[in-house]
Design a protein around this ligand. Structure first.
Ligand SMILES: *[C@@H]1O[C@H](CO)[C@@H](O)[C@H](O)[C@H]1NC(C)=O
Ligand SMILES: *[C@@H]1O[C@H](CO)[C@@H](O)[C@H](O)[C@H]1NC(C)=O
Ligand SMILES: *[C@@H]1O[C@H](CO)[C@@H](O)[C@H](O)[C@H]1NC(C)=O
Ligand SMILES: *[C@@H]1O[C@H](CO)[C@@H](O)[C@H](O)[C@H]1NC(C)=O
Length: 392
């Protein structure tokens, strides 16, 4: 108690502390000098011998171990570039402006595919009876698809070549968004692949996506070689490594988020120039980093940080597991729909696991509405099982 009082006196509060006891005048500066010296010695020691063990860390911080540099005053905030100020102003305004309410809200299902869609008949079954509540867009980058479902006929948009890992993949996503935004009734924009199937009935998925308060954009910090290892300093000053993120490309986003993606040129052009396979000897995959990093910078609280499309990476190969006919069962699909925790693993040797509950408007719910990758040969089995497994 004595020390606290003396410190307050030292801060010049003596006049407004009527109750403070009288003390010999020389005593308090001595106290302060000794205290300041002690703190200095302590800080110098701590700087020279930074704490290594976890018990030493505990003395520094009860939450986690931070280095002494965190104690020093923070570096002055970076001054934004003209482009950043402009970008932030536009994004903030779009996010703050309430949407014009649509009388007939729809979900845009945007398919990214090389050609024909092997699961069109399954999607046809899924869409049946829900006309007017969805719209379909197909970006076929290699061959013109042959459609077997009336919901897909005449829904091809003008497309261009897509090279895996390159910015052309992001361009295709943006092209789909631009086309789907033409319809003012579209409120949610879901990106799907040709190997992707629905896990629930239309009504369940419609409600899940229409009434969520966040967009489902997969986003996590991967300190490993397939995460931050792909970052290039050429992205500075706007994109710092601490904001560099990774995530699967299969998003579902609300209309305002689709608009800010359209409005972005600043961050997009950085990824276009400095994130591509082979650049600076790194293997940067533009579609795995652009949107997660963009949202991390402009609206981190507005995204769920997981994708509603399930994929099985447990085999730890370059590509995820691709289900064949013999893998398909009611049990497999129920296993996928029972997952309600989102898990990300870092790509370094530590293989750090980050997991958090899938919260939908604050309630823990199943994470996944769609799943990939399914071989085309699984279509008939899935058609037979659909009405069974999709019943939630
Ligand atoms: C997603 O992660 C960011 C931090 O990267 C966090 O600010 C945000 O709250 C998270 N979103 C949700 C819905 O928890
Ligand atoms: C479903 O999950 C259970 C428990 O994790 C597992 O034992 C089983 O093999 C899984 N079945 C399929 C078909 O994936
Ligand atoms: C979404 O709703 C949950 C629960 O009400 C709330 O905790 C969260 O902050 C909301 N997120 C946003 C971005 O509005
Ligand atoms: C689906 O099939 C499983 C196993 O064949 C059965 O136990 C279950 O009752 C069925 N569910 C529905 C909704 O038909």
């Amino acid at each position: 108690m004595k020390t606290v009082k003396d410190l307050r006196l030292g801060a010049g509060d003596v006049q407004i502390l009527p109750g403070s006891r009288h003390r010999p005048p020389m005593k308090k500066p001595m106290w302060i000098i000794v205290l300041v010296l002690f703190v200095c010695v302590f800080l110098i020691c701590a700087y020279i011998y930074p704490p290594k063990s976890s018990s030493a860390c505990y003395i520094f911080s009860s939450e986690n171990c931070r280095s002494i540099t965190d104690w020093l005053p923070p570096a002055p905030a970076r001054e934004y570039t003209d482009e950043e100020i402009a970008s932030r102003a536009v994004v903030r305004d779009i996010l703050k402006t309430p949407l014009a309410l649509s009388k007939n809200p729809k979900i845009a299902f945007m398919f990214l595919s090389p050609g024909s869609l092997p699961f069109e008949r399954l999607w046809d079954k899924f869409f049946q009876g829900h006309e007017g509540k969805f719209s379909v867009y197909v970006h076929a980058s290699k061959t013109k698809p042959i459609h077997v479902s009336r919901y897909f006929v005449d829904r091809d948009i003008r497309s261009a070549q897509v090279v895996w890992g390159k910015i052309s993949m992001v361009n295709a996503e943006r092209r789909l968004l631009a086309n789907a935004l033409q319809d003012p009734d579209n409120q949610q924009f879901v990106l799907l692949s040709d190997s992707c199937v629905p896990l629930y009935t239309f009504d369940y998925i419609f409600d899940y996506l229409m009434y969520t308060n966040v967009s489902f954009v997969d986003c996590f910090m991967d300190p490993g070689p397939h995460g931050n290892g792909r970052y290039s300093k050429r992205m500075l000053p706007e994109i710092e490594m601490k904001n560099f993120r990774k995530g699967a490309q299969w998003f579902s986003m609300k209309r305002q988020h689709a608009v800010i993606v359209m409005a972005d040129n600043l961050y997009y052009s950085k990824f276009k120039a400095y994130c591509q396979p082979g650049f600076e000897g790194k293997n940067c995959i533009a579609d795995e980093h652009y949107l997660p990093t963009f949202f991390q910078i402009v609206d981190p609280g507005g995204i769920a940080n997981w994708s509603t499309t399930h994929v099985d990476w447990s085999e730890r190969k370059w590509h995820p597991k691709s289900y064949r006919v013999r893998d398909i069962s009611y049990e497999l699909l129920k296993n996928i729909t029972s997952i309600d925790v989102s898990v990300h693993v870092s790509s370094d040797e530590k293989r750090q696991v980050q997991s958090w509950p899938c919260l939908w408007n604050g309630i823990q719910k199943p994470c996944y509405l769609f799943a990939r990758k399914f071989n085309p040969g699984t279509l008939n089995t899935l058609l037979q099982l659909f009405s069974n497994y999709s019943a939630s």
